[in-house]
Design a protein around this ligand. Structure first.
Ligand code: AHR
Length: 522
């Protein structure tokens, strides 16, 4: 019905309970107007050799009693397959700048220490072959970070030749002898990690010259994977410190003057929520910590604005993507855990924190074309926790699952007056929302109710179309710090919701502290 504005009311399972005055919020969208694509790579993951992120979390070895395929846990693979993980960043993190790939191939693996993370033994039983097998099993792509800090361009170039060469070079033949004659695909290449800190404490100028050398020589040796297909990601800023303005300026200025012989496709941004502030616990907290942590996470938007503005100066055509390849909540380690293993629980607060960040990335889609939450399993804001043969999906896992329809969908701008949620001296937008059309033309809507105390009724105003019904899932739990444990794994799980238009109107009732994703039938 072109040109007509229709108000639709969605009645949900919970619509019977009355809402107080002022608890209705209108969302308006015009499904015929679309914005930029939501790059599926914003749903990327990060798996570092850190704590039980790899060993026990992914790798148990072929002789384990835990069901596995070539040493890789079957339960973890099945859970991750459902997330349609676009890429996995590996092997670090700080670990990457001390990793020597030759230690992790063939039948004789080199045992080393992992000085960054607890000083434990690194057996290198999970190396290139095992990583590639793992991403193949879950249907993902490789984002490999090469060692710039303590390696050499030659070492990194050899690794790429080992992985990608299709012709029978000595390294390609070695790969074949190790069980994989066909070249591996490398989708993304990280040129170092936090080179301003754990990656070698470099000055921006020193890093910029290293970046040029690595970009030039660390090639993808497979013609089918060259240019436009293997994205080279340079080290960018890490949070809001003033020194990162200079860093970003220097790297982007170098890019502006880049010659035919080298190039970059992305600049990384690392930013953790409440990083190092050990006063924030991951499980035992109340509403004040809920509000403070969410306030802190919303700073991501300002950071992206700040660094995008610098990038715009040197790259107005936005050829270089901003890749937020480390983000998420970083709380105090769980009592009794090895502090070097970065073990934390994952609560409903983290689910809401994840949606707020994913929505920020989606809205910045012209520049933000990749992101990797830290980290996938057993470390920081994880999707999955394991304990020997047990495995549990976290609230953050369910958010990533609910967001699968947004992968490569096209943003549909949605406008709303979010209202405010206030607790003490923290005041936040009460709701957040994004909408998008998937490749099949189906309209998807995500709405987060940040307010932990008040439900809200969403009234959807769509231009030019009448909605018939909506169906999807809502994630909430009794408390902001509700978690899934090995003994009670289903405390925070999404529940189905569906609604039909009544009298041509759709409203959607959102529970307090909830995340809702629905598809809207027109
Ligand atoms: O994700 C944990 C660590 O945080 C990474 O190794 C490092 O890059 C960052 O400082």
């Amino acid at each position: 019905m072109p040109g007509v504005l229709i108000t639709i009311i969605l009645t949900t399972l919970t619509a019977a309970r009355p809402l107080a005055f002022g608890q209705k919020i209108e969302l308006s969208l015009d499904a015929s107007k679309t914005g930029q694509e939501i790059d599926r790579n914003i749903f990327g993951q990060f798996a570092e050799h850190l704590g039980h992120g790899i060993y026990d979390g992914i790798w148990v070895g072929p002789d384990s009693t835990i069901p596995n395929t070539r040493g890789i846990r079957n339960d973890v693979v099945a859970a991750l397959k459902a997330l349609k993980v676009p890429n996995i960043r590996w092997p670090g993190g700080c670990f990457a700048d001390e990793y020597h790939w030759g230690d992790g191939i063939g039948s004789e693996r080199v045992t080393r220490l992992n000085p960054n993370w607890g000083g434990v033994i690194e057996p290198n039983t999970f190396g290139t072959q095992e990583f590639m097998d793992f991403i193949d099993q879950i249907g993902s792509q490789a984002y490999v970070s090469v060692n710039v800090g303590s390696g050499t361009p030659r070492e990194a170039a050899d690794w790429l030749e080992y992985m990608t060469a299709a012709q029978p070079t000595t390294l390609a033949k070695e790969r074949g002898a190790n069980g994989h004659p066909d070249p591996y695909k490398v989708q993304m290449l990280g040129i170092g990690n936090e080179s301003w800190d754990c990656g070698g404490n470099m000055t921006p100028e020193y890093y910029a010259s290293q970046m040029k050398i690595y970009s030039r020589f660390v090639r993808n040796y497979n013609p089918d994977q060259q240019k436009d297909q293997m994205l080279k990601i340079a080290v960018g800023p890490g949070g809001d410190e003033p020194r990162f303005v200079d860093w970003t300026e220097t790297v982007m200025k170098a890019y502006q003057h880049h010659a035919w012989s080298w190039d970059i496709d992305g600049l990384s941004l690392h930013s953790y929520t409440v990083n190092w502030q050990h006063k924030y616990r991951s499980d035992d907290f109340g509403e004040s910590e809920y509000a403070e942590v969410l306030k802190s996470t919303l700073e991501m938007d300002g950071l992206i604005n700040k660094y995008s503005a610098i990038m715009d100066k040197y790259d107005p055509q936005k050829k270089v993507a901003l890749i937020v390849d480390e983000w998420g909540a970083w709380y105090a380690p769980l009592p009794g855990s090895n502090p070097g293993f970065l073990v934390q629980q994952n609560s409903l607060r983290d689910a809401i924190l994840a949606t707020l960040n994913l929505n920020i990335f989606a809205r910045h889609g012209e520049r933000v074309r990749g992101a990797n939450i830290a980290q996938m399993i057993n470390v920081l804001q994880a999707m999955i926790l394991t304990d020997k043969e047990k495995m549990v999906r976290t609230p953050t896992y369910y958010v990533f699952k609910m967001y699968v329809p947004f992968e490569d969908a096209t943003l549909v701008p949605v406008t709303f007056d979010a209202g405010r949620y206030t607790h003490g001296n923290v005041s936040l937008p009460r709701i957040d929302a994004i909408a998008a059309k998937d490749k099949a033309g189906k309209l998807w809507l995500e709405v987060t109710n940040v307010d932990p105390n008040r439900a809200v009724e969403i009234e959807l105003n769509m231009s030019n179309v009448a909605a018939k019904s909506a169906a999807g899932e809502m994630l909430t739990a009794p408390k902001v710090n509700s978690v899934n444990t090995f003994d009670a794994p289903n405390k925070v799980v999404p529940k189905s919701i569906s609604a039909k238009a009544e009298n041509g109107k759709l409203t959607l009732r959102l529970e307090p502290k909830s995340v809702t994703v629905v598809s809207v039938e027109q």
